[in-house]
Structure formats: structure tokens, C-alpha cells
Design a protein around this ligand. Structure first.
Ligand SMILES: C[S@@+](CC[C@H](N)C(=O)[O-])C[C@H]1O[C@@H](n2cnc3c(N)ncnc32)[C@H](O)[C@@H]1O
Length: 296
């Protein structure tokens, strides 16, 4: 049905890469992780915990400081995430208003020639259906879900709370996406540093979220926070890695997220009062590797 290629150097906790569609593997998806240079291993504690705030190119991609304490990384359910996601959930985790806002954001920011990495993906894609991207690679925790995702050219399964290393070549993606999942990352600084590494200069990382979550699996810092503090948290994840641009925050209030809400004054209050249906609040925090490109 589909080929599975295993990297002989991978350990048991690392990620097999599944290739559901064609028979050749693209040269830009690297299967091996033999390099130990700082560019390929930016989250190594010896370099990543550097307190240097230098903006020299050699510091780019390093974790400047840790945002979370050990306590803030804990979850109510401490058992394996692989087990938690072992059964496929063929559901959507946010409502139509949220999804259409996200799809519109992708339509604005992503170009057809882009190579896209959809981190923490599932069986659905929120990419605009009419746009054919050069390559879309998916990642998640459930292979059955990822196999059903119509937009993925390739995918791999990996628990990012066990190992943050992405078995992907440096500077190989124009965009990395993380949708309604950032709250589950226990080592977000290292994951963001890995995203920086795989992004091309000028590439964008778009992190979107709402107020829904698997409560037992969200980290303490997220569970205990407010919607405002969660935006600040994701801002800090970006700022903890040397070389991301100043994060941009995009927010849409619940009722304004619906077509109906867009047209009404005081729509948020009307939504709260139940006069018009409120939809999931939309937040996206995004930043670019090194610089924000200007497209003609
Ligand atoms: C709420 S779902 C969101 C799925 C998808 N992004 C979407 O928009 O439908 C949360 C996703 O986070 C991912 N996830 C949770 N914990 C993870 C972990 N420890 N490592 C890697 N991915 C994880 C899983 O792939 C899961 O599908």
C-alpha cells in the first residue's frame, strides 16, 4: 500500500518516514542524522543554553534562554503521548470559523512554490484547497490519521516530547505550520530551534491556536494561563531562539470569526450573550527566519 523507509541510524524512538503517494523520495528530506555540527544540532545543551545575546550568524538558531520552568512543562497525564494518540481521531479540533480564518491566513502568506512542513498534523489539512504547493510534508503522532490527509506528499511520526530532533535537512522549508497543538509541547524552545534550522532564510513559522485543548495533555503553563498569557508564551518561544524576527500576533474575536459576526456591530458581546453563535477564538503567532521577505 505504501512504502516505509527506515533510516538504519535511527533509534527506536525516532521517526520512520512514510511516503503514501509516489515512489521516489525527495532529495531534500534527509533520512540520516549523522552530523553533529551546531547547525544540525542546535538544541544541544552545550550550545543551546548559551546566555549570549549576540546576533552573529553563528548564534542563529540557538536557544538563548529557557522560557519554561520544569514545573511549567508538566502535564496532568504524564503517560506516553504515543499511547494517547494511538487511536485515530477523525474529528476536527476547532470550528469552521477558526478553520476558514486559518485557511485565509495561509492563502495570504504561503506561495505555490513553497515547500511546507505541517507539524503536529492529522487527517485534515487547513491549506487552501485550490493552491498546489511544491511539497507538503506532514508530521504527527498517528499514522492512520496522516495517511488520510489528502495534502501530504510524505509524513513521519515522532513524539516531540521524547526527542525534538527533526530528521529533515537544514534550510529545506519555506513554511512550517503548527495548528492547535503548541500547548502539548514540553520542550518548545528546542522544537522552535529545530523549526528555525529546517526553515530557509525568510521562511515563516505559523503557530495557531484557540482556547480548546486536551486538558490533561496540555502543559501546566498553558493550562494555568489566560488567552492573553498564551499569546505571550508563544511570543517568548519565538524570542528564545536567536534569529527569528519579531513575532506578529493575529487575533480574531469569537463572533468576528463567523461570516455573520463580521457584519454586526458589538459582535463579540452578541456572541457572549448567545444572540449570535460564538465561534472559537482565533490566535496565530508567526515569525520569519532572519527576515520577512517582500514578494512582488
Ligand atoms: C488537537 S490535534 C491537532 C491536529 C491538527 N494540527 C489539526 O489541526 O487538526 C493535536 C496534535 O498534536 C500532536 N501532538 C500532540 N502531542 C505530541 C507530541 N508529544 N509529539 C508530537 N506531536 C504531538 C498530535 O499529532 C495531534 O494530532
Amino acid at each position: 500500500m505504501f512504502n516505509i523507509r527506515l533510516n538504519p541510524k535511527l533509534t527506536i524512538s525516532s521517526s520512520p518516514i512514510f511516503k503514501p503517494k509516489s515512489s521516489s523520495f525527495p532529495s531534500k528530506v534527509k533520512m540520516s542524522s549523522t552530523s553533529t555540527s551546531s547547525e544540525n544540532n542546535p538544541t544541544d545543551q552545550s550550545s543551546s543554553s548559551s546566555s549570549s545575546s549576540s546576533s552573529s550568524s553563528s548564534a542563529a538558531g540557538k536557544v538563548k534562554r529557557l522560557v519554561l520552568s520544569q514545573e511549567e512543562r508538566t502535564k496532568l497525564n504524564p503517560y506516553s503521548d504515543r499511547d494517547f494518540y494511538a487511536y485515530p481521531r477523525f474529528v476536527t479540533h476547532v470550528d469552521d470559523g477558526f478553520i476558514s480564518t486559518l485557511t485565509e491566513l495561509y492563502r495570504e502568506r504561503l506561495r505555490p512554490e513553497f515547500e511546507v512542513l505541517d507539524l503536529t498534523s492529522s487527517w485534515v489539512s487547513h491549506l487552501p484547497g485550490e493552491v498546489k504547493y511544491k511539497r507538503v510534508v506532514g508530521h504527527g503522532l498517528n499514522a492512520e490519521e496522516l495517511l488520510k490527509n489528502p495534502r501530504l506528499d510524505y509524513f513521519f511520526v515522532k513524539d516531540l516530547n521524547v526527542d525534538q530532533k527533526l530528521e529533515l535537512e537544514s534550510t529545506s522549508f519555506d513554511a512550517v505550520l503548527c495548528t492547535v497543538s503548541v500547548q502539548y509541547l514540553q520542550q518548545p524552545e528546542k522544537v522552535f530551534a529545530e523549526v528555525f534550522r529546517v526553515l530557509k532564510p525568510g521562511g515563516v513559522f505559523i503557530v495557531s491556536f484557540s482556547n480548546r485543548m486536551f486538558y490533561e495533555k496540555a502543559i501546566t503553563a498553558w493550562r494555568d494561563g489566560t488567552e492573553y498569557s498564551r499569546v505571550q508564551l508563544v511570543n517568548q518561544y519565538f524570542q528564545s531562539v536567536e534569529g527569528f524576527t519579531q513575532p506578529e500576533v493575529i487575533k480574531k474575536s469569537p463572533a468576528a470569526n463567523t461570516a455573520q459576526g463580521d457584519q454586526l456591530p458589538f459582535s463579540w458581546s452578541l456572541g457572549l450573550l448567545g444572540i449570535i453563535p460564538a465561534s472559537d477564538p482565533f490566535y496565530a503567532v508567526l515569525a520569519y527566519r532572519n527576515f520577512k521577505p517582500v514578494y512582488e
